[in-house]
Design a protein around this ligand. Structure first.
Ligand code: ADP
Ligand code: MG
Ligand code: MG
Length: 510
């Protein structure tokens, strides 16, 4: 493989650089290895494409236009405990992680929640679908999933547009560019003007700022902060840093990063459940935490010890505003998306009373089936166990963070090995087949050229006051918050950048 060097912004960090303000970087996957540490290379360029990818502009605009409705939908779901309980009930004996999250919610509920606000920094992911049966069909967006926790890469995505516009200005790779941009293809993917740069950094940080302000003043005159709860080691540190810088520079709000495993040692709950954080190097006075931003805690791997569940409970009990609350976290289960996407289901219109918007949201759902004992479930079981039909589907457990799905022909064998009682912990989704295009991906210092497909993620920020007995909550802040365009090889099923499959991209649209 040809080695390539990009001299734009800070692409990797030296060992002694504590802060890489403008980096477009992620820590090396081998960061945990002491050999790699000894080599002093602590960070590498986040996987990215050398050129903007193509995404139909009408699809892009539609995805952005419906984001506020999606925010409203998930804010409403997160407030409907009874409805969510119905979903969780089907999973509780067969999905240990969901069961533990629910148990944590019940423990806090028993004592009484002391915070009525919730914050969502969401990301709704889409691929472009073109109906193969209809020769005149226009491309349309189909939702891959809706993320309610730790939606990543909002920090790096605007950096990618700067990188691409710089590379275009200096005409960095003319021969490669010429070879990649052939005739307009039949799917309407032609090179036109660049999509607007993503505004995700200022908008995501202003979502956090809205929660911080809603929290109000602390009891005494002690300082307040936003707490980013992160993994350790955290590969996405540079992505998160951009939000941290924007929070302080634009909003004057101090934030700290706390590894999940240090929650119980570095934070304290007062008797009225204010959450106090003692930064290791700060003045003796602790900070009162206004908002907890979870960038960890979404995967069972974040909870190897029983103390880790105590730590989650400790945070959930606190008066800090959670991003997300535990019910909002649960609303991100793939099962919720499946139930919403069920044809003729009454749920969508109940949560989203604006009929025109509900119709636009409905159009984004791809076919998704349960694997339970319902009629639809039995039908889906047949599809999933027959290799000739399974090849059109992806099987998903209720997990986040990439690398958990089973694809196409691997589904029947996977199900054979899984006790049937556990099948309903998964949903079966039709594969979306976006039109292929060509691009060059830079990953781990190597370039890979070939067929790629795109996944668009639209960020949304929403702050709401949970409904009381009347069930009517109030939305205080609701914004579309920029986007992320990821590109992956057309032979790869997964697309996660951190999971090692996708690459960050920026787009051109017709
Ligand atoms: P996660 O929460 O782990 O990111 P996703 O549902 O996003 O789970 O699935 C991971 C990846 O799998 C996606 O980024 C996408 O590349 C691929 N994928 C998931 N669902 C579909 C689908 N219906 N059609 C095509 N690709 C899909
Ligand atoms: Mg996800
Ligand atoms: Mg995903």
């Amino acid at each position: 493989m040809r080695q390539i060097e990009l001299s734009v912004t800070v692409l990797y960090m030296q060992k002694h650089t504590k802060r890489a303000a403008f980096s477009l970087a992620a820590r090396s996957p081998a960061y945990r290895s002491s050999k790699i540490r000894a080599s002093r290379v602590l960070a590498i360029t986040a996987p990215l494409t050398l050129f903007p990818s193509l995404f139909p502009r009408a699809c892009f605009e539609e995805a952005l236009a419906i984001q506020k409705a999606y925010n409203e939908l998930y804010a409403a779901i997160a407030q409907d405990e009874e409805w969510l309980e119905g979903i969780v009930d089907e999973l509780i004996g067969i999905d240990d992680f969901v069961g533990k999250l629910w148990k944590t919610h019940l423990a806090v509920k028993k004592e009484g929640y002391v915070q009525e606000y919730s914050l969502g920094l969401f990301r709704s992911d889409y691929m472009v679908h073109v109906d193969p049966q209809d020769s005149g069909a226009k491309p349309e967006i189909k939702q891959v999933e809706f993320n309610t926790i730790a939606s990543s890469f909002g920090g790096l995505s605007s950096q990618v547009s700067s990188l691409h516009s710089y590379l275009a200005l200096v005409d960095a790779y003319p021969a490669a560019a010429a070879s990649l941009r052939p005739e307009p293809n039949k799917d309407g993917l032609v090179t036109q003007s660049p999509l607007p740069a993503s505004k995700s950094v200022p908008f995501l940080s202003s979502g956090l700022a809205a929660a911080h302000q809603a929290y109000g003043s602390p009891k005494s005159s002690r300082p307040t902060c936003v707490l980013f709860v992160v993994q350790d080691p955290e590969r996405n540190v540079f992505d998160q840093r951009h939000l941290e810088y924007s929070l302080i520079q634009k909003n004057g709000i101090r934030s700290f990063r706390l590894p999940f495993q240090r929650i119980l040692t570095d934070t304290k709950l007062e008797s009225d459940r204010n959450l106090l954080y003692h930064p290791p190097y700060a003045p003796s006075e602790p900070y009162e935490v206004s908002t907890i931003y979870f960038r960890a805690g979404y995967s069972p791997d974040d909870y190897p010890r029983s103390e880790d569940w105590q730590a989650r409970l400790h945070l959930e009990r606190s008066r800090a505003i959670k991003c997300p609350s535990i019910l909002t976290h649960l609303a991100g289960c793939k099962k919720v998306q499946q139930v919403l996407a069920t044809p003729h289901s009454p749920h969508l219109s109940r949560f989203l009373p604006d009929e025109a918007m509900a119709a636009r949201v409905l159009k984004t759902f791809a076919p998704i089936y349960p694997l339970d004992q319902s009629e639809a479930g039995k039908e889906a079981r047949k599809l999933a166990t027959d290799p000739s039909t399974a090849a059109r589907y992806v099987l998903k457990p209720q997990r986040e963070g990439g690398g958990n799905n089973i694809y196409r022909k691997a589904i029947p064998d996977f199900l054979k090995k899984l006790p049937e009682s556990h099948w309903p912990a998964h949903i079966l989704m039709e594969m979306i087949e976006p039109p292929a295009q060509r691009n060059i991906i830079l990953r781990n210092g190597e370039v890979q050229s070939g067929g790629v497909i795109c996944e668009l993620g639209v960020y949304g920020t929403c702050l709401w006051k949970n409904g009381g007995n009347d069930g009517k909550g109030e939305i205080l802040h609701n914004e579309e918050a920029g986007y992320l365009l990821r590109t992956k090889g057309d032979q790869s099923e997964e697309g996660g950048v951190a999971a090692g499959f996708g690459a960050l991209s920026h787009g051109y649209g017709k």
